[in-house]
Design a binder for this molecule. Structure first.
Ligand SMILES: [Zn+2]
Length: 203
């Protein structure tokens, strides 16, 4: 009887995920989220240990405030044409990546498997500990500090975060931060319009 109840519970959880996202997200043995789009960034290396204990929320748009363009993908894959827009001049030879990118429609792309170190946080400090890339997962939302995020982005971010929290037990709600929290003198993302109460309540 207990097994049947447990089975029904699992079915209910999966159905709930299916009907919200349309798919059941899971993280495979190679630390990739499935089923989501996957791209290979050259900008990663080994973590110093297995620890994954912080989730960092960012935003990015290229050019700033413009969406749906290929430039973020180009940047993370190391092939951005810095002449494509005058604002890209600063990005020359910048080597950055994130584990996940969520576009305005809520579509996820993974650039680095979670067990490897993506280069998203830069010089950073959480609870007295520097080098947050070592022990964090970075999620970039397509956006900028002056525009609200889309419902689809909140929905996807919530679903993805729930899967991450389940898979990596050192993560919890108290260990989800803004990039601006861990690099306050350099960074402002994801900005004041990111609705933290809404996001955290959805987890
Ligand atoms: Zn950032």
């Amino acid at each position: 009887m207990q097994t049947i109840l447990w089975g029904l519970f699992i079915l209910w959880i999966n159905a709930k995920t299916f009907f919200t996202l349309g798919v059941v997200l899971q993280i495979n043995q190679q630390h990739y989220l499935e089923p989501v789009a996957r791209r290979e960034s050259p900008f990663f290396n080994q973590r110093p240990s297995d620890e994954i204990s912080l989730l960092v929320i960012h935003c990015i748009s290229l050019p700033e405030g413009q969406y749906g363009l290929p430039y973020i993908d180009d940047l993370f894959c190391g092939r951005l044409d810095c002449l494509a827009d005058p604002s890209f001049a600063d990005l020359q030879s910048l080597e950055v990546s994130a584990h996940l990118f969520i576009d305005r429609l809520g579509k996820v792309t993974q650039y680095v498997p979670f067990n490897l170190r993506a280069w998203h946080a830069g010089v950073s400090c959480f609870a007295g500990r520097e080098g947050c890339n070592d022990f964090s997962i970075g999620i970039e939302l397509e956006g900028c500090d002056t525009q609200a995020y889309s419902d689809a982005q909140y929905q996807t971010l919530s679903e993805v975060s729930q899967v991450l929290l389940k898979r990596y037990p050192l993560l919890n709600k108290q260990r989800i931060v803004a990039h601006s929290d861990i690099a306050p003198s350099r960074k402002t993302d994801p900005g004041p319009l990111f609705d933290w109460p809404r996001y955290l309540a959805s987890l």
